[in-house]
Each structure stands twice: as C-alpha cells, then as structure tokens.
Design a protein around this ligand. Structure first.
Ligand code: 2AM
Length: 177
C-alpha cells in the first residue's frame, strides 16, 4: 500500500472544487478525480509494508499540525505526470507560511522514523485531472475556493481499475496558528 498525508476537504468544500474539475476535463480530457478523492498532499511516503504502516499509524496519532486559510484559484500542470491541478494563490510572502510550516513540521516528525521527502520542493496543489491532454492553462478559470482545512489524514492508496482506492488510516490533530 502507498501512504500519504493530506489535508482532506469536507464534502461541501470538495463540491466547491468540482466546477474546476469539470472545466479542466472539458478543456483537457483525461481522467477526473472523483469528488470524494480531492485532497492536498503534504507528504508522499510511497509503498510501505504492513508492519511499518502499523508503526506509523500508532506514532502519528500523537502528532498535531497547523492549519490556516488559503484561496484556491491558481491552476497548474505537472507535465510529465499529465496532472492538471488547482493551487492556492500567494499574494504575499506571509500568506501561505502556515502551510509551508505544516509541511516542514510533518517532515520533521517523519524523518526520525526513517522517511525522506522525495520532492525537492513543496508545491501545494489539489489534483483535478490525471492523464490530461495538452492545452493552454489560461483558459481554465473557475470560482475562487476559500479553504481552511479541518482534517489532515494518513491515507493508504491501492491501485484499482477506476483509479486509486483510498483508505483513511489515521487522523492528525490540527491547531490554528
Ligand atoms: P498528485 O495528486 O500530484 O499526483 C497519492 O498518490 C497522492 O500523493 C497524490 O496527491 C499525489 O500527488 C501524491 N504524490 C506525490 N508524489 C507522488 C509520487 N511520486 N507518486 C505518486 N503520488 C505522489
């Protein structure tokens, strides 16, 4: 099973993101992320055996992370992975500091347990499409989505025919900065 930690939107917040998913699909095709799978990954840990997973689930129950507010309205692409995503706007250096602190704090808790980040840089985003076709991103527009995450979860992912199947394994405490 592949593991990752993510901020998970409520059902109503995920529905606010759906117009972006639909517009992105109309423009670029590909495979849409189902509404109940929309999330923002903070740390991707990769394939993990059951014993290691069990130890992490037990350990992370005592962890807590900051939360804050963001406005999702910046579309982007990971070209190699053919992913089209929606990210938070950053109008000032301070605006998303809490989010980067959350990322650093989580990795500060994971590294003593032996995990290392795979990405050189944290690029906060909610994936909308996988296997997307080409096209200019400036045609992708939608309603700004204000989001203050109230859930951060450890998720197990297994591949299935209809995309990955996600299971919530643990939930972290959140505190407002
Ligand atoms: P993505 O949405 O940009 O693909 C589960 O796969 C989650 O972990 C997804 O949110 C995915 O981000 C993220 N992730 C980060 N690095 C990954 C990797 N190397 N392989 C698969 N998923 C990765």
């Amino acid at each position: 099973m592949r593991l990752f930690f993510a901020y998970w939107p409520s059902v109503s917040k995920a529905r606010e993101i759906v117009p972006w998913v639909e517009k992105a699909h109309a423009l670029f095709g590909g495979r849409v992320m189902r509404t109940d799978t929309l999330h923002m990954t903070l740390a991707f840990l990769g394939e993990t055996d059951p014993d290691t997973t069990g130890r992490l689930v037990a350990a992370c129950r005592g962890w807590s992370l900051p939360t804050g507010s963001m406005v999702l309205n910046q579309p982007g692409r990971f070209k190699n992975a053919k992913v089209v995503w929606l990210g938070p706007e950053q109008r000032s250096a301070e605006e998303l500091e809490w989010l980067h602190r959350a990322h650093q704090r989580l990795w500060g808790l994971l590294q003593p347990l032996g995990w290392q980040p795979r990405e050189p840089q944290f690029r906060p985003h909610v994936s909308l499409l996988r296997n997307a076709g080409p096209g200019a991103l400036d045609t992708l527009q939608g309603p700004a989505v204000s989001w203050s995450p109230d859930r951060c979860v450890l998720v197990g992912s297994r591949p299935s025919e209809r995309g990955s199947h996600y299971t919530v394994l643990a939930e972290l405490a959140l505190f407002q900065e």
